[in-house]
Design a protein around this ligand. Structure first.
Ligand SMILES: C[S@@+](CC[C@H](N)C(=O)[O-])C[C@H]1O[C@@H](n2cnc3c(N)ncnc32)[C@H](O)[C@@H]1O
Length: 312
């Protein structure tokens, strides 16, 4: 029940970036927390700023469920949660200069060089932040990894639009989260980096609301449908692959399980193939809707093209 109240599904929106006034039913300053864990900070921030609306982005469904219970117990109405990669969400779901504050508390630093691309605070992140924050808007990072704090500072400074402070070691209370308690309990220090946007930036967005679909005006055999498994394409910055195909008993409907990546943003989804009057319709299936990125659109078009090539 709590999940229904707090969880939003931006993948299903027909318009991106989001219309946040519609989501919250009011126009208010917007703040974001990425990787909110069990939601302690969101609860505290929502209580402290009843005049703000807050968005939390998490990858873990367990964390989302815990945070939703916590929010419901407090009866808070000015928070929504989404299971979306925060890096992607920040860039694709918010118009330029729409955010008052962005928080990241104790992101995994991914210390190994081969995992570096998983890090949250990067030059790309700083570019996005400079576009979506309002002038005077703030970014706060808390981390136990001093080297990561310095790297974040470097990325923010290199963007050339922020006044950056820190990292400094916190003396008093931090964001009050589980990981803060964990690291303090192990005797570690907490480092904070803070940045205020001074000059507006811009960023290129890749997701659109339009649902890609295609018509295939040829007869399609069961073999042609099944042979879509393994179809793949890659190009600089993106790729997709059809992993497997499921056929209905009558052969008039198929589902292709697809994987795509756009600049490292990975999605799993289903492409539906349905036989209708005079041909087949190829479209995204409603059960696992992805964001409509270039790779997703290309996969739908490629499935249709492959079927047309295989027609009699
Ligand atoms: C180390 S935990 C910290 C949780 C919480 N902020 C705290 O301080 O207790 C990092 C959290 O970030 C989430 N996370 C990691 N990468 C993410 C991403 N790209 N977008 C959203 N959440 C992410 C993880 O699922 C995890 O819950």
């Amino acid at each position: 029940m709590e999940l229904v109240r707090y969880l939003i599904e931006p993948r299903r929106w027909t318009t991106l970036p989001g219309r946040w006034e519609g989501v919250f039913g009011r126009r208010a300053p917007l703040a974001v927390e990425i990787g909110f864990g069990n939601g302690e900070f969101l609860v505290q921030a929502a209580r402290q700023h009843p005049d703000w609306d807050l968005l939390g982005f998490e990858l873990s469904l367990t964390c989302i469920a815990k945070a939703a219970s916590r929010l419901a117990r407090e009866g808070l109405a000015n928070v929504r949660l989404a299971r979306v990669d925060g890096r992607f969400a920040l860039r694709e779901l918010f118009p330029d200069r729409s955010l008052t504050q962005v928080y990241v508390h104790f992101p995994c630093p991914w210390p190994k060089a081969r995992h570096a691309r998983r890090r949250l605070i990067t030059p790309d992140f700083a570019r996005t932040l400079a576009a979506v924050l309002e002038i005077g808007g703030g970014f706060e990072l808390n981390t136990d990894a001093q080297w990561y704090a310095y790297q974040a500072r470097e990325a923010l400074e290199a963007e050339g639009r922020f006044l950056v402070r820190g990292p400094w070691a916190l003396e008093g209370k931090g964001p009050g989260t589980r990981y803060e308690r964990k690291w303090l309990g192990q005797g570690r220090k907490i480092f904070r980096v803070w940045a205020e946007l001074r000059l507006p930036g811009s960023v290129e967005r890749i997701a659109e609301g339009d649902m890609p679909h295609a018509r295939v005006n040829v007869e399609v055999s069961r073999e042609a449908l099944l042979s879509l498994a393994g179809l793949k394409e890659s190009w600089p910055g993106g790729a997709f692959m059809i992993k497997e195909v499921f056929l209905s008993p009558g052969g008039e409907r198929a589902l292709a399980r697809a994987f795509s990546t756009d600049e490292g943003f990975e999605q799993h989804y289903l492409i539906a193939l349905e036989k209708g009057w005079g041909g087949w319709l190829v479209k995204l299936d409603g059960a696992a809707v992805p964001f409509r990125t270039p790779a997703v659109k290309r996969s739908v078009a490629a499935v249709a093209a492959a079927l047309e090539g295989k027609g009699p």
